[in-house]
Structure formats: structure tokens, C-alpha cells
Design a protein around this ligand. Structure first.
Ligand SMILES: [Cu+2]
Length: 313
């Protein structure tokens, strides 16, 4: 009898483990493509959490279901169960296991955060884990002469403006973020007014932008394509319109784009927030909410030809 119980328990645990590992593998498909070196670390961490969560969920609900199915009270049995109180071994076990799990999760998460190293060289403290952990980036900061090392990101209500050092040292501006693939990117994040958030889901990166502060932010895009930058902080009425495309391209294409952009005369870009604001101002009936007026459309060297969120012509 005891032998049978042990075999059943071991079998159930193996099944549970296999199911959890399978679920952890599924978790990778729930996200947009992995477009940065950092995204792999985040997805691995998430997969681990999903596997662990699946194990606990199935373990708890499985035990419950087993008890409900096989230890039911008889149909007309309204008596109380036996008054069980206190089991020191059990108390220790179910305290120790969650503590160990939480410490494991915390340690792993912190290790991932350290490996991502997204905050650049921090002025105050920068505790590095031992040298055994390789950093996530594909290339060192020296970007082979590419002027990508310093892109200033200016956030305001409600627009993203990207400032590049041009070939002649001038300020080249764009409302679309262009990045060379497989190069360590260094952004300097600033806000003209309120809190904004730099968030590119395909990069698995999110960083708050704080007024009167320049925040260094580093990462490595690894996949050519066009992705979406969103504002992750509620920054006012039209914050949902505060989006931009992120174009990751080969270093050659990137250089060509930068050269082309620097040769263009700055002109007002389409700005969805001011478009919507002006449209509501034209209407005779007052609708909607009181709002801070949006900043005028940014005047930049480069703006995408057909803004992806522009209204139908
Ligand atoms: Cu914003």
C-alpha cells in the first residue's frame, strides 16, 4: 500500500514537471519577436516563472481535485471533520519551500537585470556581479565609428523627437528612431514637461523618463525590422497617440539614412496629438476634456513619409 502511494506520487511529480516544462516553452510564443539581446534574458526569465507557476498551480489544484474526488463525505454526512491542529514538520516545510522559491526568483531576476546593464555607467552605485556572467550585449561600446553611441531622445506632450549627431557635427532630428543592428545603442532620455516612459515591447525594455534629468539607457538591437515605441506612462490626454516607429537596419542602411536625413531641410512632422486636438477645436459643440494644448508638431529633418497612424486622406 505504501509502495503504491510512493509510486503514484513520483509518477504525478514527473508528469507535473513535464507539463510545467512544456508550458514554460509555450511562454516564448506569447511575446512579440525577440529584437534585442536583452529580450532573450527577459523571455528566459518569464519562461522560468511560467514553468514554476504551472507546477505550483497544477500541484495545488491537482491535490484539491484528488481530495474532492476521493475523500468526499458521504451523502448525508453532516458531521464535522476531525479537529486537526499543529504539525511542526508541515509548518516548517511549507514555510521553507516558498522562502527558497522567492529567494531563487529574486536572485535570478537580479542576475538578469545586472546582465542587461541597461542603465549605462551609473554615477552613484553600480554593483557588478562576478566576472563569470557575460554581459548581454553583442558588441562593446566602441561601435566601429558609428555615431549611434549617442542618440538623444526628447519626450514631450505628445511627441518623440530623436537627435543624432550628424556627419558634420550638426543636430539631425527625426520622429522615427533608426538604429543599426547588432550595435550597442546608447540613448540619453529627457523630458520637456512631465513623466513619460520609453517602452519598446519587441526589445522588452521600459524606462521612465523624468523631467530635469538625463537618463542613460543602453541596449543592443539584434533583429532587422520595424517595431513600435510607446509611452508607458500616462503623460496626459493624448498620451496614447505618443507612439513612434523604431527601424532597426544594417549599419550601411543606417549610415545612408543618417546622411540622407542630415541633408534634408527641417519641416513640421505629422503629429497625431496636435491633429486630434485641432480637429476637436474646430467642432462647434464642445466635447471631451480640458487638456494641456499639445506642443506644436515637431520640426525635424526626417519624418516618415506616410505616418503609420496618420488619418485617411
Ligand atoms: Cu508621454
Amino acid at each position: 500500500m505504501k509502495m503504491r502511494l510512493i509510486v503514484t506520487l513520483v509518477g504525478a511529480t514527473i508528469l507535473l514537471t513535464l507539463a510545467s516544462l512544456w508550458m514554460g516553452q509555450q511562454a516564448y510564443s506569447w511575446f512579440p519577436p525577440e529584437a534585442s539581446a536583452e529580450s532573450k534574458l527577459i523571455d528566459d526569465l518569464f519562461s522560468f516563472l511560467v514553468a514554476l507557476g504551472t507546477f505550483i498551480f497544477l500541484g495545488v489544484t491537482g491535490t484539491l481535485a484528488y481530495s474532492v474526488l476521493f475523500y468526499r463525505a458521504g451523502r448525508y454526512d453532516y458531521s464535522d471533520g476531525p479537529p486537526i491542529e499543529g504539525n511542526v514538520t508541515l509548518e516548517i516545510v511549507w514555510t521553507a519551500i516558498p522562502i527558497a522559491l522567492v529567494i531563487w526568483i529574486a536572485g535570478y531576476s537580479y542576475q538578469v537585470y545586472e546582465q542587461m546593464d541597461v542603465r549605462g555607467p551609473m554615477e552613484m552605485v553600480h554593483l557588478h556581479m562576478p566576472e563569470t556572467m557575460p554581459a548581454a550585449y553583442a558588441q562593446p561600446l566602441e561601435t566601429g565609428g558609428l555615431p549611434s553611441a549617442e542618440i538623444a531622445v526628447q519626450a514631450k506632450q505628445w511627441a518623440w523627437i530623436f537627435h543624432y549627431p550628424g556627419p558634420g557635427g550638426q543636430d539631425v532630428t527625426s520622429t522615427e528612431l533608426h538604429l543599426p543592428v547588432d550595435h550597442r545603442i546608447k540613448l540619453a532620455l529627457t523630458s520637456d514637461d512631465v513623466l513619460h516612459g520609453f517602452y519598446v515591447p519587441a526589445f522588452r525594455l521600459k524606462q521612465d523618463i523624468i523631467p530635469n534629468k538625463t537618463i542613460d539607457f543602453e541596449f543592443t538591437p539584434t533583429r532587422i525590422g520595424t517595431y513600435r515605441l510607446r509611452d508607458s506612462q500616462y503623460s496626459g490626454t493624448y498620451f496614447a497617440a505618443m507612439q513612434a516607429d523604431v527601424v532597426v537596419e544594417s549599419p550601411v542602411d543606417y549610415q545612408a539614412w543618417l546622411a540622407d536625413a542630415s541633408s534634408r531641410v527641417p519641416s513640421p512632422a505629422y503629429n497625431r496629438a496636435s491633429f486630434e486636438y485641432n480637429r476637436s477645436a474646430e467642432q462647434s459643440v464642445v466635447r471631451g476634456w480640458a487638456t494641456v494644448p499639445p506642443a506644436p508638431p515637431p520640426v525635424v529633418n526626417y519624418a516618415p513619409k506616410q505616418a503609420p497612424d496618420s488619418p485617411p486622406a
